[in-house]
Structures are given as structure tokens and as C-alpha cells.
Design a protein around this ligand. Structure first.
Ligand SMILES: *Cc1c(COP(=O)(O)O)cnc(C)c1O
Length: 399
């Protein structure tokens, strides 16, 4: 099928929630995607921070093929080696952690929310409120939606779940004011992704850690977008030398396969007991085999170092360009998670880049979000930035 046929068939049958761009992809290789008509695009989107190793990474492909041939599913009533190994690797990276596997980011956060409430019931004197921040994004299930600090996602779904007071991001005084005798935890992204690549003050996370310690609250870090090397370290919190009580991962963990993980400090994780939580597909051996291959690549192929060097290069080149570009208000981010804040809607620039065969994303209205593969070369970065800069010089500003 060609592009037009696939798109027509999609629109005829799928529930219309995504506002798709008019391209159907047929294959990918490294930093490149090929559409169903054979056109090649440079991918600075990575399926929303999922394909962090690029498309068709040989380690991931091999792991999926091998595991698919052996065994694809047994349920959590039994054990499999890839799942046991992945849990051990994640628990060790976190340090004295326990892991719960789900199939998505929302499910990882849902597990974190439920664990925090369980812990609040048994250890936390009946506290249950979880503070979260304005502009955050934590998922689309009812609980994670209720924790998401963006009204546009709430439209028409009220009443939301109670117990999620919102406070401004990067504002400690507001946090002190919002805390009550009911507050059990704080849930926050180290860098807000969907909210526009919003980078907090350098000491923000440290001060959140102190705040939670002082008030015997759990610090839940949502690293679904920032994790798996996106910012140049495996967890973004490693940059500031703190450790959360609970961290959630998903997106890039499975190298393109659906998997989510919640990792909690051992003494908190024990609030979950047999029967208190679960999901049929969680820890599926094909997904965990792929995730093990992702970790192998991060550990052995210099991926994190590359994300730091090439990411810094992109940030610097764009910052320099911004000085002579009226339309740019700010360039921000870390590693391979970069936001170009425009003085107008990002949509026109996204479309101009697409015409030039570069896939970028617009978020929070006026933020151009760049999420290239962590394996991007300097040459590929230059090719993409030339397209971005050309679009910013010449594309008409959409309203
Ligand atoms: C994408 C995302 C989620 C939700 O993940 P899904 O897999 O779409 O459910 C939650 N938190 C953050 C920070 C995200 O970027």
C-alpha cells in the first residue's frame, strides 16, 4: 500500500484521537525513516523518545527475534530468564530497588501512585494526597490524568480522581503551601517533556529531595521521557546526585516494544503484597529481552557519551543561531532532549521541516521539541540543523 491508501484506511477505521501527520512509515534504519512511497526522512522525533538507539539496532533486533522464536508469553504466574535479568539490572542501577513491570508509561505511573497510596495507608499514617506540578504530563489513565497538570487533557473527563493537588513547577514555596497532613508523595518529571522541555533550576531536584525527607513524603520521579539515557545519564536524576523513592520508566526502555517499569526502594515496595497489584502482559519476555539489549547497548556502545557530546553540540549550535533569529525566545534542554521556544506556534516550522524531510515535534504550542536518537552522528546533526535553521529563516509564522 502507498502513503495515501494507508492514511485513508486509517482514518476510516481508527478512533480519531491523534491528529496524525499525513505520512505512513514502512521501515527505518538508524536515524532515518522511510515512508510507504520510498522517501527518506531524518528522524528527530524517535516515536516520541522511544527509539533512543535509532531504528533497527542490531542488538535489539536479534534479541527480539531470538526470544520470539523461543517463547512469547507465560504470564506473571511463572518466571522467565529475560524478565528476571532485566529486573536485576534495573534494581541494581537504582540501588536496592524492587521492580514492577507494566506495558506503558501510564501503567508505570499508575503503579507508583497505587504504591504511594498503599504505603500511605500502612506506613504513612493514612496520608494519600500526591502533589504534582502544573504543565506536567503523567499519562492518560484516570489516575495519571488526574496527576497531569494540564487542563486541556482533562476536558470532558471530570470528575477527576481526588487527591492530586497541583503546584507550579520549579516553585518550592508553593510546595510548602500546598502540603497538608494528608500529603504522602510528590510526583514530578526531572525535565518536563510534553510541557515544553522545561528545565528547572539546577538545585530544584535536590531541594525536592530535602522537602520530601523533612515531611516524610515519597519522591516519585517520572523518568518515562528523561530516562534511558535521553539526557546523557541513564536516569536524569544522576546529574544532581539524588535518589528518588520511586522512579518510573517506559518509552525507550523496550527499544520500540511496549514496556513500562516502576522501581521503588525496597522498604517501600514491600507495601505491595501478593494480589495487591498486577497486569497480564507486564514483564513479557519479548519486551524484557529487547530491554536487556537496550541496556547492553547503553553499557557497551558509548551511547550515553554520544548523547552528551552530540546533544551539547546541537544545543550550542542552536543557541548561537538563536542570537540572530528573532523568532526564538529560548533554547533549552539537556543531552538529546532539546526545546526551541518560539515566539509563535511551532506548527508551521514542524511542517516546513517535514517538507524538507526532517521529523520534529511541536509541543506546548510554541516549543519545537528535538528528540534525536542518542546514536546520532555529528554529520546527521548538522544535516538536521540546516533544515531547522532554514525553516526558521524562511517559513511563515503560523498563528
Ligand atoms: C509519555 C509519558 C507518559 C505516558 O506514557 P504512555 O506510555 O504514553 O502511557 C508519562 N509520563 C511522561 C513524562 C511521559 O513523557
Amino acid at each position: 500500500m502507498n502513503n495515501a491508501e494507508i492514511i485513508e484506511l486509517t482514518h476510516r477505521n481508527l478512533v480519531d484521537v491523534y491528529g496524525c501527520l499525513p505520512i505512513a512509515w514502512s521501515r527505518g534504519h538508524g536515524a532515518y525513516l522511510y515512508d510507504a512511497d520510498g522517501n527518506r526522512y531524518l528522524d528527530f522525533f524517535c516515536g516520541l523518545a522511544v527509539t533512543n538507539l535509532g531504528h533497527g539496532n542490531p542488538r535489539v533486533v536479534r534479541a527480539i527475534k531470538d526470544q520470539a522464536e523461543k517463547l512469547t508469553h507465560v504470564s506473571n504466574v511463572f518466571h522467565t530468564e529475560p524478565t528476571a535479568r532485566l529486573a536485576e539490572r534495573l534494581a541494581t542501577r537504582f540501588g536496592k530497588g524492587r521492580v514492577f513491570f507494566g506495558n506503558s508509561g501510564a501503567e508505570a505511573n499508575e503503579a507508583a501512585i497505587k504504591l504511594a497510596r498503599r504505603w500511605g495507608h500502612s506506613e504513612g499514617g493514612g496520608r494519600y494526597e500526591i502533589l504534582s506540578t502544573l504543565g506536567s504530563f503523567h499519562g492518560r489513565t484516570m489516575a495519571t490524568l488526574s496527576a497531569t497538570g494540564q487542563e486541556k487533557y482533562h476536558q470532558g473527563f471530570q470528575p477527576l480522581m481526588p487527591g492530586f493537588p497541583l503546584v507550579p513547577f520549579n516553585d518550592l514555596a508553593a510546595l510548602e503551601r500546598a502540603r497538608s497532613e494528608r500529603t504522602v508523595a510528590l510526583m514530578v518529571e526531572p525535565i518536563q517533556g510534553e510541557g515544553g522541555v522545561v528545565v528547572p533550576a539546577p538545585d530544584y531536584l535536590k531541594r525536592l529531595r530535602d522537602f520530601c525527607d523533612r515531611n516524610k513524603m515519597l519522591l516519585i520521579l517520572d523518568e518515562i521521557q528523561t530516562g534511558i539515557g535521553r539526557t546523557g545519564t541513564f536516569f536524569a536524576y544522576e546529574h544532581v546526585g539524588i535518589k528518588p523513592d520511586i522512579v518510573t520508566l517506559a518509552k525507550a526502555l523496550g527499544g520500540g516494544l511496549p514496556i513500562g517499569a516502576m522501581i521503588a526502594r525496597e522498604e517501600i515496595a514491600t507495601s505491595f503484597t501478593p494480589g495487591s497489584h498486577g497486569t497480564t502482559f507486564g514483564g513479557n519476555p519479548v519486551a524484557t529481552a529487547a530491554a536487556n539489549a537496550v541496556l547492553d547497548a547503553l553499557e557497551q556502545d558509548g551511547v550515553l557519551e554520544n548523547a552528551t557530546t552530540v546533544g551539547t553540540y546541537i544545543l550550542e549550535r542552536l543557541s548561537k543561531f538563536a542570537k540572530s533569529c528573532e523568532r526564538i525566545a529560548e533554547v533549552r534542554g539537556r543531552g538529546m532532549m532539546i526545546g526551541v521556544v518560539l515566539r509563535h506556534e511551532a506548527r508551521g516550522i514542524v511542517e516546513a521541516c517535514l517538507k524538507d524531510k526532517l521529523i520534529v515535534n511541536g509541543t506546548a504550542g510554541n516549543v519545537l521539541r528535538l528528540l534525536p536518537p542518542l546514536t546520532l552522528t555529528r554529520e546527521e546533526a548538522d544535516a538536521a540543523l540546516e533544515i531547522v535553521e532554514r525553516a526558521l529563516k524562511s517559513a511563515p509564522a503560523a498563528k
